[in-house]
Design a protein around this ligand. Structure first.
Ligand code: ADP
Ligand code: ASP
Ligand code: MG
Length: 406
């Protein structure tokens, strides 16, 4: 018997007809003789609504109760899908996070899965029954409900597939695979048959929200074969697999964008040892992660401008932290800009090819788009540009790297 995990995202379970449709996709796997565990997301938009309600009740509130509220969306779809399966004659039941249990740490709202105790679940699956499990939730120390960060149902699915030693983890969503760029923006984007874990990890961490970053890292560590596929169309999806399984590599596999960063510039900070530590230390203490960093050349040998990016949601806390330290930093001004977008080109083939970054810079220059910050890794080049050029830049780069569909 083949054991598989199926995960259905928010749009796939957005209403009752869709939940019934999803039940049919689960039944199809059961009828094919597979052992099936299912992870469900909340109905599309529900988690946003729950977040708004929590904020409306009290803008400042504890993360533990925040998690209690946010986790409920998945409980609804988990129960409804179990009902739909039972109505089709499939032996199914719900298992909430604490019932399995899916044990996490106590970093509420962004908890990490530490362990999944699969004993009872495996016995249940081996009996030919379907387990329906809410994604995104677990149980933290003190028996408190935890959640895994937005988009976290992908991570629930991969963690479960690893714990159950499942042969496949199928991620059902509203696109039929991973594309060379977000198909909602670049109409000429092409579906990839296969993509390496490493590229997918960069894709996800640079903003392609088709998979949560943590889920890809976990799949890579545990060799979980991921298949991203459509809930609504029965067409082949995209396999996310190891580099050794992919014969031919293109130099650039795809382009991602992220509108969730904001830029901060410290004007004329002292150019001496210890200053960067004095800036980034307090930000780290406030739990604010810094992404791109550029330090300009010091013209007079005494002062320099330092620019970096933080998540947009952390812009205000970052500015207030820095303003408190302004005297120590001795900077002339602190500037910020939230109207920026980070665009990244990604591909493992970049390791062995020269001129990849140059093509990016010249393509943007041809369109008159100014690059504000650059960062690179072995398999990606990212630039920060004004947000208004997002579409123009993505489409131009997509064409320049030969990624357009015929
Ligand atoms: P789900 O609710 O199923 O988890 P998400 O909304 O989290 O779905 O992820 C799917 C969305 O990811 C797609 O609708 C698409 O707009 C977006 N996306 C961004 N980049 C890509 C990409 N490169 N390939 C496919 N989808 C992408
Ligand atoms: N419902 C959660 C969210 O919207 C988790 C998920 O769908 O993956 O972020
Ligand atoms: Mg998602």
């Amino acid at each position: 018997m083949t054991r598989i995990v199926q995960k259905f995202g928010g749009t796939s379970v957005a209403d009752i007809p869709r939940i019934k449709h999803v039940a049919g996709l689960v039944k199809r796997e059961v009828d094919a003789g597979n052992e099936v565990a299912v992870i469900v997301s909340a109905m599309a938009g529900t988690t946003d609504q729950l977040e708004r309600w929590a904020m409306e009740t009290a803008p400042e509130h504890g993360k533990k109760e925040h998690d209690v509220v946010l986790s409920t969306g998945e409980q609804i779809t988990c129960g409804l899908l179990s009902i739909a399966l039972q109505a089709m004659g499939v032996e199914a039941r719900s298992f909430l996070g604490w019932q399995i249990p899916i044990i996490t740490d106590d970093n509420h709202t962004k908890s990490r899965i530490l362990n999944i105790e699969t004993g009872d679940l495996e016995t249940f699956l081996e009996g030919g029954n379907v387990a329906v499990i809410p994604g995104f939730q677990g149980v933290a120390p003190g028996q408190r409900i935890s959640t895994l960060g937005r988009g976290g149902s992908d991570t629930s699915a991969v963690a479960l597939a690893a714990a159950l030693r499942a042969e496949r983890c199928d991620i059902y969503t509203d696109v039929d695979g991973v594309y060379t760029c977000d198909p909602r923006i670049v109409a000429k984007a092409r579906k990839l048959d296969k993509i390496t874990y490493e590229e997918m990890l960069e894709f996800a961490s640079q903003g392609a929200k088709v998979l949560q970053t943590r889920s890809v890292a976990m799949a890579m560590r545990n060799h979980v074969r991921l298949l991203v596929r459509s809930t609504f169309e029965d067409v082949p999806g995209t396999l996310v697999i190891g580099e050794d399984e992919i014969m031919e590599q293109s130099v650039v596999s795809g382009i991602a964008y992220n509108r969730d960063e904001a830029k901060i510039t410290l004007v004329q900070v002292a150019d001496r040892p210890g200053v960067a530590a004095a800036i980034f230390g307090p930000l780290a203490d406030s739990n604010i992660s810094v992404d791109m960093i550029v330090q300009n050349i010091s013209e007079d040998g005494k002062t320099t401008d330092l620019t970096f990016t933080v998540p947009k949601a952390d812009l205000e806390p970052a500015l207030s932290t820095l303003k408190k330290k302004r005297k120590d930093l001795n900077c002339v001004n602190i500037l910020s800009d939230a109207e920026v977008v980070k665009i990244s080109i990604i591909g493992v083939g970049m390791r062995s090819h020269a001129g990849v970054a140059h093509m990016m810079f010249s393509t943007l220059a041809d369109k008159g788009i100014n690059i504000q910050v650059i960062s690179t890794s072995e398999i990606k080049v990212s630039v920060l540009i004004a947000e208004e050029y997002t579409e123009l830049a993505l489409r131009a780069l997509h064409t320049a790297y030969g990624l357009d569909a015929d």
